[in-house]
Structures are given as structure tokens and as C-alpha cells.
Design a protein around this ligand. Structure first.
Ligand code: ADP
Ligand code: MG
Length: 288
């Protein structure tokens, strides 16, 4: 006979956009006391649109900054890259070819374009290199800003905006009702992270997180006695997904994240996790 949990988990997953890879994790989902969500594509839509491009250079115009940046971003799958390429295609700009493309983990991308060294990077990268961040870069806290360096000098920046998923607010209501704490870990900047966290009323957030730091965040929460579920999408999230009591890979993410995870969130929708936990609790109550 098929064990009850298998039958139930199959039914739940079919209806709720979940793929259960580990039966124990499904049974244990009712014990989750803290959730650590990634921001982009899970709590937010992950659909970035370019809102502003500014030049701080005497040599390079806004159009030139966008054109050079696009050469790198066409080789990246990051939602920021997708947003920049969307803008370039709408403007009918011809994208130049990059050479020696490299992605700088958690910080951005770099390549040579038309004999120049181009980088598109996070504010954290600028701080590490002791390059001053322009005053007006963060005039809107909701924007995500990436900086364009040309031959080692800051040439300008590109601001993008994403939207909070309507389902996130609903899911968070359910978690609060069930005394489950909700945290967010993001590689994005402090101001944007705070804006999202405040809007959703989260219990806390971690900003400018590098991939390897996620394991430590999960461990810290576990040390505080929490039974932790974490969502992740990247190759670099695999160790943290393994550390979490319930590792949840989002559907749009990498194969390696999916192979490490206990559960796959097919539509990257936080509400599906809320339903999973409620269903787990209800099922368990019926069985005892
Ligand atoms: P997250 O998934 O939370 O955005 P990442 O580690 O993927 O975290 O990225 C962290 C930061 O690095 C981004 O917020 C951005 O500033 C920068 N970054 C990463 N990839 C790119 C890219 N392709 N182009 C520009 N900036 C990038
Ligand atoms: Mg990422």
C-alpha cells in the first residue's frame, strides 16, 4: 500500500505548486517556526524595470553607459540583467560583444568591451573598493541600484524597480497568525531591503548578504531554537538549503539548488509555503 504521507503529499503538491523531494521534510513542515525568504523573485516579482540611468562622467553619456553595460548583462541570468536587456531592446540599441566575461559572486559582472574594462556592480563592491557612492543614487528607497565602472572609474549607475508580490502579504498574515517568524535575506542593498521588510512587516532582514553568509544566518536562527525553512534559487544557496531544517528551492532557480532542497516551490510563491504548513498541521492533528 502507498503510505498515507506519500498520498497526502502528492495531493498537496499537485494542488499547490509544490514538488516534495523529501517525505520527512513534508511531515516536519508543521514544525517550522521561522522562515528565511530570499527577496528577488520570491517575496517580490523578480521583474525589474529600469527607472533611471545617470552619468557621473564627463566622457560617457547615459546612452553609452547603458550600451556598454548591456554587453555584460546579455551573458547574465540575474533578474537585474534581464531588466537591463529589456530596456536596451526597447530602445533598439545594438548590444556589443563582451570578452572575458566573469561574474563576481554576489556583487555583479565584469568583462572587456571594445577595449575597455567594464564592471556592473553592487554598492557593496564600491564600498570594498573605497569608491564613493553618488549622493543621489538612493533618492528612492524602493529602487535597486547597480553601478557601472569603466576602466576602474565610476561612470554612472542604473536604477531599477521590482514589485512586491501581492501573495507575499497574504502569506505573511498566515505565518503571523501561526506564530511563525519571517525573515528575508537578500544580496540587494540595505535601503531596498528595509523598504520591502517594512512594507511586509517582517520580523527582520539581512541585506547585502553574500551567498556563503546564508549558512551562518540559518545556523544563528537554529541556535536561537528555531526550526528553520529557507528558500533559495542559486547554486550558491545549496549549502544553506542543506543546513535548513526544511530547504525550499524556488522553481525558477538552478538545478543544484533543486537537487539539495527538500521541497521545490514550482511557482516561487510564498503562499504555497503557507498552505503547506497549514496542511501539515491539519493532517498531523487528524492522524493523532
Ligand atoms: P540577490 O539574488 O538577492 O539579488 P545576488 O547575490 O544574486 O543576490 O546579487 C547581489 C547583488 O549583486 C545584486 O543586488 C546586484 O547589486 C549585484 N549583481 C548581481 N548580479 C548582477 C548583474 N548581473 N548585474 C548587475 N549587478 C548584479
Ligand atoms: Mg540570487
Amino acid at each position: 500500500a502507498i503510505p498515507l504521507v506519500v498520498a497526502i503529499s502528492t495531493a498537496v503538491s499537485a494542488q499547490n505548486g509544490l514538488l516534495i523531494r523529501n517525505r520527512t521534510a513534508f511531515e516536519e513542515s508543521r514544525k517550522i517556526s521561522a522562515l528565511l525568504f530570499d527577496k528577488t523573485g520570491t517575496l517580490t516579482k523578480g521583474d525589474f524595470g529600469v527607472t533611471r540611468i545617470e552619468s557621473v562622467s564627463e566622457t560617457y553619456s547615459v546612452d553609452e553607459i547603458l550600451r556598454l553595460a548591456s554587453a555584460l548583462e546579455q551573458s547574465s541570468e540575474h533578474p537585474i540583467a534581464v531588466g537591463i536587456i529589456k530596456k536596451v531592446k526597447a530602445d533598439k540599441v545594438t548590444i556589443p560583444k563582451p570578452e572575458k566575461f566573469n561574474s563576481i559572486t554576489g556583487k555583479g559582472v565584469e568583462a572587456n568591451v571594445e577595449g575597455k574594462e567594464i564592471k556592473v556592480v553592487s554598492p557593496g563592491y564600491l564600498r570594498d573598493e573605497k569608491i564613493a557612492i553618488p549622493d543621489d543614487a538612493y533618492s528612492d528607497a524602493a529602487e535597486t541600484v547597480v553601478f557601472v565602472l569603466i576602466d576602474g572609474k565610476l561612470a554612472g549607475y542604473i536604477a531599477l524597480s521590482d514589485e512586491i508580490r501581492p501573495e507575499s502579504a497574504e502569506a505573511i498574515k498566515t505565518f503571523k497568525k501561526n506564530n511563525i517568524k519571517v525573515y528575508m535575506a537578500t544580496g540587494d542593498n540595505e535601503k531596498t531591503a528595509k523598504a520591502v521588510s517594512d512594507k511586509l512587516g517582517l520580523d527582520g532582514y539581512y541585506a547585502e548578504v553574500l551567498p556563503h553568509q546564508k549558512v551562518e544566518i540559518v545556523k544563528d536562527l537554529q541556535d536561537k531554537g528555531e526550526f528553520v525553512a529557507m528558500t533559495g534559487d542559486g547554486v550558491n544557496d545549496a549549502p544553506a538549503l542543506a543546513q535548513a531544517n526544511v530547504g525550499v528551492a524556488v522553481g525558477s532557480g538552478s538545478d543544484i539548488a533543486a537537487e539539495t532542497a527538500d521541497i521545490i516551490l514550482v511557482n516561487s510563491n510564498p503562499k504555497d509555503i503557507a498552505n503547506l504548513i497549514l496542511f501539515g498541521k491539519a493532517t498531523y492533528n487528524k492522524m493523532i
